[in-house]
Design a protein around this ligand. Structure first.
Ligand SMILES: NC(=[NH2+])NCCC[C@H](N)C(=O)O
Length: 400
């Protein structure tokens, strides 16, 4: 039995995986930020300060904070893990054999901490010395040989714990696909996680952690839109049923737009029966309840679409899933939704971390009896992610 895991969004948070923003953010320029999924160019030192404030707020509440780069460096002390990391990072078809061979030798000589730096911040063509060949001569000096991973900050998306299993996800955007090679390596080779049973995997259909909400023990909502695909939720549902991790998966179609890239950009749980939600979608959001077919042959039974809150309450076996609205008026709601007002991280039932800037939404949460732990996020927010996106709960006290 793994000592790690989570069966809800709101059980007391004991351990969380974060990524302190680092040099990968310094790779962002006005020419590449769109492709790298940032809306602006963050001031990195300030983003780090804000992130340290976030981590401290969690520690002050007794949460153990793990950092992705520390786990990665510890993992890379193992020679097999190093070789694996290097081979997968250099597998891209843009390199060619000469440059690939050169980079492999270069990376093999790097100390674990340096290797973590290259794997996260990437390598530009003009940063390599030697190894000259046709490819490096023809590529532009600012082309990346290994892409930087500025979205590592959003640890929510690259893995998700479902009870005592970890799902290594499969990220849809090319700028992020390499992130899950790193989470897979950590969960496979890091001594703390060795033996953890995994589901899904980056080789499979797209499922991103931001779309996966553990509504209650046994009930998982999965957004289907810009990131998670219909085929992704189908495989995910089949696996969680097969492993006995859930009895119902709610497949929730969301608009395929940047503002609503993940289900957790429009709603997050703040109590066992309370959800903060963007009012503009609240009435139209639907869910298809998926359950295992009775024959137990892996087939899925899919109910017709129902209003999301109704389908969720039914599956959770509660009378009502209470909705708390983002913002006051439609314009404030739209602004605060964009600034991740819905993207709260519950650290216990009725206690949630939120960006301080979403003044109206936070006031509403408090009116509804939710304690709000406010954090600064002016720079962190430029990647379009809030406290929930920036955290992967590794241990929560089970609700059952
Ligand atoms: N769970 C989330 N909402 N994550 C936000 C991810 C933001 C990131 N820039 C992306 O576009 O992928």
């Amino acid at each position: 039995m793994s000592i790690h895991g989570a069966d809800s969004e709101v059980g007391r948070l004991e351990t969380v995986l974060l990524h302190r923003p680092g040099n990968e953010l310094k790779r962002l320029t006005p020419r590449n930020n769109d492709k790298l999924l940032f809306d602006g160019i963050p001031w990195v030192a300030r983003a780090q300060e804000e992130h340290d404030g976030f981590a401290q707020a969690l520690r002050d509440r007794g949460v153990e904070v793990l950092y992705l780069t520390e786990l990665l460096t510890e993992t890379l002390a193992n020679p097999d893990a190093r070789n694996h990391a290097i081979t997968t990072a250099l597998a891209g078809l843009h390199l060619g054999d000469t440059l690939r061979g050169y980079l492999a030798r270069f990376l093999r000589d790097a100390a674990p901490e340096e290797l973590t730096g290259y794997l996260t911040a990437g390598i530009r063509n003009d940063e390599v010395r030697g190894g000259f060949g046709l490819v490096t001569s023809l590529l532009a000096s600012d082309d990346f040989l290994i892409d930087p991973l500025p979205n590592l900050l959003f640890t929510r998306d690259s893995s998700v714990w479902v009870r005592d299993r970890v799902a290594v996800t499969s990220l849809a955007m090319p700028a992020r696909s390499r992130e899950t090679q790193l989470t897979e390596l950590i969960y496979t080779e890091h001594p703390r996680f060795r033996g953890t049973r995994k589901i899904h995997g980056w080789q499979h259909e797209h499922v991103e952690g931001g779309d996966v909400l553990l509504m209650a023990p046994g009930v998982i909502a999965v957004g289907v839109g810009e990131r998670t695909t219909p085929a992704g939720v189908e495989r995910f549902a089949r696996q969680v049923f097969h492993e006995g991790l859930a009895h119902t998966v709610l497949a929730v179609p969301i608009a395929q737009e940047r503002a609503t890239m993940h289900l957790d950009t429009v709603c997050t749980m703040v109590d066992v029966d309370k959800i903060v939600m963007y009012p503009a979608v609240a009435d139209t959001l639907t869910a298809y309840a998926v359950t295992p077919d009775r024959d137990g042959d892996g087939a899925l039974s899919v109910a017709g679409a129902e209003p999301f809150l109704v389908a969720a309450a039914k599956a959770m076996e509660i009378d009502t899933l209470h909705q708390i609205d983002t913002g006051l008026d439609p314009v404030t709601a739209e602004r605060e939704q964009w600034d991740d007002g819905n993207n709260t991280l519950a650290i216990a039932p009725r206690v949630a971390v939120a960006y301080e800037r979403n003044v109206e939404t936070n006031a509403r949460l408090e009116e509804s009896g939710i304690e709000v732990v406010r954090i600064a996020g002016s720079e962190l927010g430029s990647g379009r992610g809030g406290p929930r996106c920036m955290s992967c709960p590794v241990v929560r006290t089970p609700l059952t």
